[in-house]
Design a protein around this ligand. Sequence first.
Ligand code: GLN
Length: 197
Amino acid sequence: KRTVGVLAVQGAFVEHERILKRLGVQVVQLRQASDLRKGFDALVLPGGESTAQGRLMRDLGMLETIRGLIEGGMPVLGTCAGLILLAKRIDTQNGDGSTVDAQHNSTWLATLPVTVRRNAYGRQLGSFRVVEECAGCGRVPMTFIRAPFVTQVEVGVEVLATVNEHIVAVRYANQIGLSFHPELDTNEALHQAFLSM
Ligand code: GLN
């Protein structure tokens, strides 16, 4: 039976756990460094607060190991905050609307060669739901909660979905990053696509 490790230091990990179990896979919660030795074939990084998650991963001594697993080819699904943790760069918007890229610091995984903008939809439009096409999954519901979107992708990154001309789903080899929360909807297509990697 396949086992998926779900990062469980903060955020919406229970919802991922529920949908994964419904799809017949075993789940281990990754709460501390020793959990990373439990044996799992794939990794989920849930939504939540990326700053808190990144700090916790670093302080709990999990960050380097998780980065190593991803760089070693383990399939990983990052949703929302999870996408932010995967991204190699974040873009910071200046007051005049221009942006600068900033390299992530030591609390980020930085394995996915894209630039993300945090809280990209602003405060008012922070949360909304649409149904849109996602490559390989058909039309899927997409729930956005104070979501980031991708502002730039490097060569080799496949764009899986765009909403209002903003990139909200990407794949790069073994890594899938989503701006939205498939674990909050009943549609299982994205988790299935992830499990088939
Ligand atoms: N705004 C959060 C962050 O920047 C992400 C929100 C979410 O995961 N729903 O980390």
